[in-house]
Design a protein around this ligand. Sequence first.
Ligand code: PLP
Length: 370
Amino acid sequence: MIRTFIPVYEPSISEKEVEYVTSAVKSGWVSSTGEFVSKFEQEFAKFVGTRYAVSVANGTVALHLALLACGIGPGDEVIVPDLTFIATANAVAYCGAKPVFADVEYDTWCIDPADVERKVTKKTKAIIPVHLYGHPANMEAITEIANRYGLYVIEDCAEAHGAEYKGRKVGSTGHIGVFSFYGNKIITTGEGGMLTTNDERLYERAKFLKDHAMSKEKRYYHPEIGYNYRMTNLQAALGVAQLERIEELISKKLKVFEHYKNLLQDVEGIRLNPRSPWAKSVYWMVSIVLEEDFGISRDGLMAKLKDKGIDTRPFFYPLSSMPMYGGAAVNPVARVLSQNGLNLPSGPNLTEEEIYFIAETLKKILNHSI
Ligand SMILES: *Cc1c(COP(=O)(O)O)cnc(C)c1O
């Protein structure tokens, strides 16, 4: 069956999720104390392959907390990719620091290490590679630059749970990994986030700051200004159930991409998600970039797909084009991808029939037969 409206994404919720959340509600542990919170953290650390994980209220505050734990503050610069979701740069601004925008690579859609190196200054303190749309950034080159200049690496893994760089899960290759569990991410807790790290000091610092910076020894004594960035037990219950299903969800995502690829790879003038030889992508968003002039703009194409009941999203605008970050796109690859890219429906529940319908509709629009 083909639905009359196919959304870009929707979560996959099974009986397990209903059962765990119900048990959390019934237990009375509805706030941030409760067995699901610590279980989710332990299991998530195990999944990513780090010693520690810290749950938080969403991915944006996970980024903020990661930067705070690294001591980023006023006067500092943090290099972020120009093509990403706004939260990556805003978290830097929350610290009073300055986001500096590096271009992305045409071959990964992720931050370009060569441009990162060009943008390092004496004020640079950290790099935030983003594993965009599920494809890992080139971590070896980034780590090499970070080591050479003494910089922190905070991986923004909000779109890439389970993706791998040379066999290592994202979130385990930098100083801190940051995840989001928003409703359209690979797994969801409604709203939610997680930090992963192998560094005990960063772990302790993140745990302390996310809970009002309360002294461990003296209750209600706060030696500095902290935050309430905690995740609730209800969210964690949903997260534990989703995490138990993550391999199933990722394999569904890979199948969705394979179906699209079989139908679209021979279409001249469009490019599907890249995949580097060293990468395991989880294809968060199946995406196409228009490389040729089809006589229809990207936005025109999206409107025609919408008429047929197919929901899509444009790529992110370059962050350097936002009014508070300069107001003009400064990086050529980010600009071209941003103008010509769109995300197709990518949820794990898409049927083969729906993917066929979407691909055929897309082809017809591109060769002007509808
Ligand atoms: C979703 C997302 C975030 C923010 O996560 P929220 O949980 O929505 O706050 C950060 N970075 C990237 C790249 C994202 O896609």
